[in-house]
Design a protein around this ligand. Structure first.
Ligand SMILES: Nc1ncnc2c1ncn2[C@@H]1O[C@H](COP(=O)(O)OP(=O)(O)O)[C@@H](O)[C@H]1O
Ligand SMILES: [Mg+2]
Length: 368
């Protein structure tokens, strides 16, 4: 039975950019809980604050952005080996400690001890974390040596093992190559190997497969799923692609303009969405077999309107200018609160209970 204690609890997180043109409230009151070993998906259109939120967790929020409010509680768990270093529970003691990552100095020793060790991140573009002037091996070894008390030889052996575990062909050879000598898919594998080399309890994956062709994307997703099961880590999986969400995650958080507008289990998000924005995202998924009455494949429905200018977030419900259910009154005047509609299912819409939204997407068809 998986351990369902919370690992990461984000409460009321706000990360704002103070620019000459105005304030960009990139993340504006986000709540997300990730349990140990759980995969939580974060989905939303480009520009809705997913990456700024993810970077805020590791305290690498892009300047001039900074966290202005909120809490990010990370529950660290240590298992202290007993005198015999044996695996028996009697030989070890578990302790846990909670740290508010918001309170840490973003350049301090404590967050550097967590970054890359207990919480790791993989990006859309591997060269965000890989250096072009060092070999793959030296970079993975450095990450291991930074956080673990091992010799250089042991670090190299471990690095080769990590490359093997991410399905890298010829790891003994690849380890001495430079990133530019590898294909995009292999670079992505190398980045994942580096991110997992210290066995993090949380992996943050920010659009890790967006830049890859579909075949490589499928391989990397399968790899991440297998590693997640094997290593028991939790994953915060960020993507704009609901198809990827369906394949990878258990619980889904839908973001719009820096806020969480809906969150629920993956099954409920797909079958009973409670927010019109979620429904619009679902309608924009290309689906096999979704045919119009004339037997032709439907054209994809784009979400009407476009994401508003970040300096001009609409009053009332932030989604009202694009919402087909806008009542022209309350939706424009009053901002809805994020409410629990049913057990574990939250939505930020005045009419969440009344609207009979259709989950027109067959989850089984998306989960390849
Ligand atoms: N360095 C920056 N300076 C100013 N604004 C930024 C910066 N980085 C991101 N933003 C703004 O923050 C908002 C959220 O961006 P981001 O988190 O990258 O979105 P997503 O990852 O969901 O596509 C956007 O409006 C973006 O313009
Ligand atoms: Mg992003």
């Amino acid at each position: 039975m998986p351990d369902r204690s919370p690992l990461l609890e984000i409460t009321g997180l706000k990360t704002h950019f103070f620019l000459e043109q105005g304030i960009v409230r990139a993340v504006d009151g986000v709540n997300i809980t990730v349990y140990r070993g759980q995969t939580v998906g974060v989905v939303g259109e480009s520009g809705c604050g997913k990456s700024v939120m993810a970077r805020s967790i590791l305290r690498i929020e892009p300047p001039p952005g900074h966290i202005v409010e909120g809490q990010i509680l990370f529950h660290q768990a240590f298992t202290r080996p007993g005198p015999n270093n044996g695996p028996s529970p009697n030989n070890s003691s578990s302790m846990s400690r909670s740290v508010d990552l918001v309170k840490l100095d973003a350049r301090g020793k404590e967050i550097r001890g967590i970054r890359g060790a207990e919480i790791s991140m993989v990006f859309q573009e591997p060269m965000t974390s890989l250096s072009p002037v060092h070999t793959i091996g030296s970079q993975i070894e450095e990450a291991i040596l930074l956080h673990q008390d091992v010799s250089e030889g042991e670090a190299r052996t471990h690095a080769i093992k990590m490359l093997e575990s991410v399905g890298m062909p010829r790891p003994h050879d690849i380890i001495d190559r430079y990133p530019h000598q590898l294909s995009g898919g292999m670079r992505q594998r190398a980045m994942i190997a580096m991110a997992l080399s210290c066995h993090p309890s949380l992996l943050i994956a920010d659009e890790p497969t967006t830049a890859l062709d579909v075949t490589t994307q499928a391989q990397i997703l399968t790899l991440m799923r297998n590693l997640q099961q094997e290593l028991g880590m939790a994953i915060l999986f960020i993507t704009h692609d609901l198809g990827v969400i369906a394949q990878m995650t258990e619980y889904v958080v839908v973001m719009y303009l820096g806020e969480v507008v809906e969150s629920a289990t993956v099954g409920e998000i797909f079958s009973q969405p409670k927010h019109p924005y979620t429904q619009a995202l679902l309608n924009s998924i290309p689906q096999l077999g979704r045919k119009s009455l004339e037997g032709r494949h439907d054209r994809l429905m784009a979400i009407q309107g476009s994401v508003p200018d970040p300096y001009q977030i609409p009053k009332g419900c932030p989604f009202h200018p694009r919402c087909p259910y806008n009542d022209g009154d309350r939706c424009i005047r009053e901002k809805p609160a994020l409410r629990e509609i049913s057990d574990g299912h939250f939505a930020q819409c005045h009419y969440a209970e009344e609207l009979e939204l259709e989950g027109s997407v067959d989850l089984a068809q998306l989960s390849v």
